[in-house]
Write a protein that binds this ligand. Structure first.
Ligand code: SAM
Ligand code: SF4
Length: 327
């Protein structure tokens, strides 16, 4: 019988977020303001290790994998990784989160390789502010990438935007106008505090509640959450083709709907983005013959998953920035 990953609080885990690199070519001010600095000499998980890992997870009920990083598309074998994950029996959804720098060129290839979900980070629709936030003056290139993703067949294209007081919260109307005639799902994410960004967080964090109030006042309706939505609150409006999602990790009960586990690019299992050091799985990833041992280790680890991230108490675990274990 198919095993299921269920924790002590009856949360079911069918969604794996897999980081394939911690490297990035952007300098987002909330994530890697000084750019990527390599802090280890280790190799990232190989395609073979990834295949063995995901194959064990599918036998524990995983149906969806999000490939993330760092910037996942910096890996030369990115399309090959997509293709090999998508061919593992039991996998229904292979998604990625990307900064979009090479999307215009690659969207169709990734789609054809088996990618069927894409989130593109666009923190501002104003080119200058985009440059200020990301350190890259390539707003139009990323937007051309968004169009290429729609043309390639991604349905819907999702846009991630981290909310920052005074930096992009004033762009809100522009964002909403943008999705009037386009089937895009905007996802506003509250800025999260990490080990490295404390000062930045104190200056720029803003709650998503004001957006929620504004949406509800102007005719947007909150959708009934689907089991695979996870902690996002999603809103629709009959005059808009697009949708708005809000991800508010500081809101009460945010962790109740947690449905995801993470594995870092060095093969450590993280039960929470803000949890702990991670459980090393790497010694069991080289050979498919270790699959049963791998499954046993994952199941045993899950028994330690805590009920909440305790972020509101100022706890942020040992995560220097989200690029390090895969946001
Ligand atoms: N490099 C890719 C990108 O930016 O889309 C994927 C990795 S990035 C860590 C994944 C997502 O996490 C992005 O949408 C990014 O904006 C978001 N993110 C990074 N640091 C964050 C923070 N401190 N708070 C909230 N979201 C954050
Ligand atoms: Fe890179 Fe993504 Fe972090 Fe920006 S948010 S620095 S694109 S990993």
């Amino acid at each position: 019988m198919q095993q299921q990953l269920v924790d002590n609080f009856n949360r079911k885990f069918e969604y794996l977020r897999l980081s394939i690199t911690d490297e990035c070519n952007f300098k987002c001010n909330y994530c890697l303001p000084d750019g990527y600095q390599r802090t280890h000499k280790k190799q990232f998980l190989s395609e073979n290790e990834i295949k063995n890992l995901v194959s064990a997870f599918t036998e524990l009920g995983t149906k969806k994998v999000r490939i993330t990083g760092g910037e996942p598309s910096l890996r030369k074998d990115f399309a090959a990784i997509i293709s090999s994950i998508s061919r593992i029996p039991g996998i229904a959804k292979v998604a990625t989160t990307t900064n979009g720098f090479s999307l215009e060129k690659n969207a169709q290839d990734w789609f054809d390789a088996g990618l069927n979900g894409i989130n593109i980070s666009v923190d501002s629709l104003d080119p200058k502010t985009f440059h200020l936030i990301t350190g890259k003056n390539i707003f139009q290139k990323v937007m051309d990438g968004v169009s290429a993703a729609s043309a390639a067949g991604f349905q819907p294209v999702k846009i991630n935007s981290v909310l920052m007081k005074g930096l992009n919260d004033t762009n809100l109307d522009l964002f909403i106008q943008w999705i009037k005639k386009q089937p895009i799902q905007l996802r506003f994410i509250e800025l999260m505090q990490t080990e490295d960004n404390g000062k930045f967080f104190n200056k720029y964090h803003i709650s998503g509640q004001a957006i929620k109030d504004k949406l509800l006042k102007s005719g947007w309706i909150q959708k009934k959450p689907l089991s695979h939505d996870g902690p996002a609150q999603v809103f629709t409006h009959r005059d808009y083709q697009g949708e708005v999602g809000l991800i508010m990790p500081y809101s009460k009960n945010f962790c109740d709907s947690c449905n995801r586990l993470r594995v870092s690019s060095l093969g450590r299992l993280h039960l929470c983005l803000f949890g702990e050091e991670g459980i090393d799985l790497r010694d069991l990833l080289t050979s498919p013959a270790d699959k049963e041992k791998l499954k046993t280790r994952i199941v045993a680890a899950l028994a330690d998953k805590k009920i909440s991230h305790y972020l509101a108490l100022g706890k942020m675990g040992s995560t220097p920035h989200l690029a390090s274990i895969g946001g």
